[in-house]
Design a protein around this ligand. Structure first.
Ligand code: CAA
Length: 285
């Protein structure tokens, strides 16, 4: 399979990441099939795409005609069999190994043997996900960053069995979407989350231990180290449940230096998950 052989891209999961991936693939000119298990999730995915494309028009990045054409290229479905014509499928469902493996088993039944299968997992093992299907050499990690339509980077994760051809295709495809890539070995958290998650947890602990006010922790890191968001603001942006889940995987796999911050767990238990629930470390309208 080469880049020119890819016409139709499948996306499994129409959440924040899946909808973002479907959007950037459609904007790049691919036909896209976006599948989720319930109609309401597919509809919510289209709402996210609509809102994000509107922003692209407002900022002058795209014209109204371009966004209308991109929207038309995306087909929404609740039927996994509709992914059959896809040349490349990207899975972006919940970060649970058994759910991802069952998606991959379904995909292997539905698509052609040559179809490349990518997972957007942020911390789980590509090799373990791929172990449930035949021809694991066609599986790789394409870890997009949130918000997908804005962030330039895609982390390309190489599993034990991923072939060189699949890796080359992954780079070429991400670049076709206007992204830039780097490669990571299939080790927990890869490059980004292995380093980002302890940074966020340390920010949460610094707040909990009274090192500074929360806004000053974020100001300290943005003004002091030129990152766009401080750890608490970024945690709210990502979602505290997502941060906790990734942190727990790293803790399980790599030991105590990845222990999640106590306050992070308490906030997730309280349902304060960040921007998406209107309250995390900060409050949102
Ligand atoms: N589509 C979707 N969202 C968009 C958008 C678009 N076309 N354009 C802007 N946004 C979002 C931004 O995320 C931000 O969200 P809220 O409305 O919820 O606040 C908002 O719109 C503001 O946009 P602005 O352009 O005004 O904001 P900005 O110029 O300050 O840039 C930003 C926003 C690019 C997100 C910047 O703050 C930034 O780079 N933040 C860091 C993001 C980051 O680190 N992402 C990686 C997270 S880690 C990850 O994704 C890996 C993982 O596995 C957890």
């Amino acid at each position: 399979m080469e880049l020119d052989d890819i016409d139709t891209v499948g996306v499994v999961g129409a959440g924040t990441m899946g909808a973002g991936i479907a959007q950037v693939a459609a904007v790049a000119g691919y036909d896209v099939v976006m599948q989720d298990i319930e109609r309401q999730f597919v509809d919510a995915g289209f709402d996210r795409i609509e809102e994000s494309l509107d922003r692209k028009v407002a900022s002058g990045d795209l014209t109204g005609d371009e966004t209308a054409a991109a929207r038309d290229r995306i087909e929404g479905t609740t039927t996994r069999g509709d992914l059959a014509p896809c040349d490349l499928v990207i899975e972006a469902v919940v970060e649970e190994m058994d759910v991802k493996q069952s998606v991959f088993e379904d995909l292997a039944d539905v698509v052609d043997e040559g179809t490349v299968l990518a997972t957007n997992t942020s911390t789980l093992s590509i090799t373990t996900i791929a172990s449930v299907i035949d021809r694991p050499e066609r599986v790789l990690g394409l870890h997009f960053m949130n918000p997908v339509p804005v962030m330039k980077g895609v982390e390309l994760v190489v599993g034990e069995k991923t072939s060189e051809e699949t890796v080359a295709l992954g780079h070429a495809f991400a670049e076709e979407l206007g992204k830039e890539t780097w490669e990571a070995d299939d080790k927990p958290g890869f490059v980004t989350n292995r380093i980002l998650m302890p940074w966020i947890n340390e920010g949460v602990r610094a707040y909990d231990e009274g090192v500074a006010e929360k806004a000053d922790i974020d100001r300290g890191m943005t003004l002091g180290t030129n990152v766009p968001m401080g750890p608490l603001e970024l945690a709210d942006h990502i979602g505290l449940d997502v941060v906790l889940d990734a942190s727990e995987t790293l803790h399980r796999e790599l030991g105590d230096r990845y222990t999640p911050a106590y306050l992070l767990k308490r906030k997730v238990d309280a349902g304060d998950l960040g921007k998406k629930t209107g309250k995390g470390f900060y409050e949102y309208d």
